[in-house]
Design a protein around this ligand. Structure first.
Ligand code: SF4
Length: 352
């Protein structure tokens, strides 16, 4: 694969353009087009010579939209993107009253093995580069932009992949995403979700970022968490929770705990009590997510009554808690399922 222009900051692009023997001011034009999600074909006035030199040496965007699916229920959109090497990843675009959120993937697949997640079923194929993550935002922003009004205002790193397992690339992506001369998404509008890689959480707290850290907790005891998330054997609750406290103290940002409600696994009122005790004294918020059915794993969400009772019990115990709005139910399925059904379709076609 050729080097990717969206992997570069503006100073890096200026350097690359001057080594092609072109004036540095051209870099700002090219950078502007890239940040608006354009490929070479959309770079109107940069000069034929420069365009040819760039096209010969570089790729512009790291992804292109292969297919999109729009929910007839709430307008949520799911995208299947093609990477330059033929791999596919997916993303979700959600509309809220405060803006539009894009869920970004950080790896092709994932090696963390969470029991409720389709992204991990075939392991991790490879890490994404910073520009491949940024291009997901730029191309979707382009599709939804209205004049100067940005199409994507919030970004969550919750697609396929464990962001902290691709630490350096994700850090550069966060800096590119927030660059004042770029798309400039405020750090307050960015959330990074981790299954709990404690060593990397400790690194992240010292990076001087203002992003929100979401921790996938999903169970109130080690025994339950071990069964759902293999990472718990490496970083059990007695090391994870202190790391959350250190992160909160250092950054001043409250932690968001994600808790997937899975029938028969973690949804009793005693579980709610244990969860409340676990997070006591920590500035945090718990986000309840009725699990998406993953047919390969036989996991189901609880009935609505059970969900409400769990939420009520946490609130009674003084925990700040909400239920995640279920979006795009008619198109979504669990994270990673779109990619899997696409790959299965390709195999079917090859088998015919
Ligand atoms: S939930 Fe996240 S960390 Fe766990 S397997 Fe899926 S993508 Fe990986």
């Amino acid at each position: 694969m050729k080097p990717l222009l969206t992997d570069m900051s503006l100073p890096e692009l200026q350097q690359a353009i001057s080594t092609l023997g072109e004036p540095a001011f051209r870099a700002k034009q090219v950078y502007g087009f890239l940040q608006r999600g354009e490929d070479f074909s959309g770079m109107g006035n940069i000069g034929k010579g420069l365009k040819e030199k760039l096209e010969a040496a570089y790729d512009a965007q790291g992804v292109r939209v292969l297919r999109s699916f729009v929910s007839s229920l709430d307008g949520t959109e799911k995208y299947l993107y093609a990477l330059r090497d033929g791999n596919v990843i997916e993303g979700v675009f959600m509309r809220y009253h405060y803006g539009n959120t894009l869920c970004v993937s950080t790896q092709v697949g994932c090696k963390m093995g969470c029991a409720f997640c389709a992204s991990t079923l075939d392991g991790c194929v490879r890490d994404l580069t910073p520009g491949e993550m940024l291009s997901q935002v730029l191309v979707v922003d382009r599709l939804h932009r209205e004049g100067e009004k940005r199409g994507v205002t919030n970004v969550v790193l919750m697609g396929s992949g464990e962001p902290l397992d691709n630490y350096d690339n994700v850090l550069k992506f966060l800096r590119l995403l927030n660059a004042p001369e770029g798309i400039c998404i405020s750090q307050r509008n960015i959330s990074l979700s981790t299954c709990g890689l404690v060593d990397k959480m400790d690194r992240l707290k010292d990076e001087g970022l203002g992003i929100t850290l979401s921790v996938s907790l999903h169970a109130p005891t080690n025994e339950q968490r071990d069964a759902l998330m293999p990472v718990n054997r490496r970083w059990p609750l007695e090391t994870l929770l202190p790391a959350c406290r250190r992160y909160e103290r250092m950054t001043g940002r409250r932690i968001v705990f994600e808790y997937a409600l899975i029938e028969g696994k973690n949804t009793s009122l005693a579980d709610a009590d244990r969860l409340a005790a676990l997070v006591k004294g920590l500035r945090c918020h718990v986000n309840l997510i009725p699990v998406n059915e993953v047919k390969e794993r036989g996991l189901l969400p609880p009935q609505q009554k059970g969900i409400l009772a769990f939420e009520k019990r946490l609130a009674e115990r003084g925990v700040s808690v909400t239920r995640r709005r279920e979006m795009g139910d008619d198109i979504a399925g669990a994270c990673g399922q779109l990619r899997r059904s696409h790959l299965a379709g390709e195999q079917d076609e090859q088998g015919e």
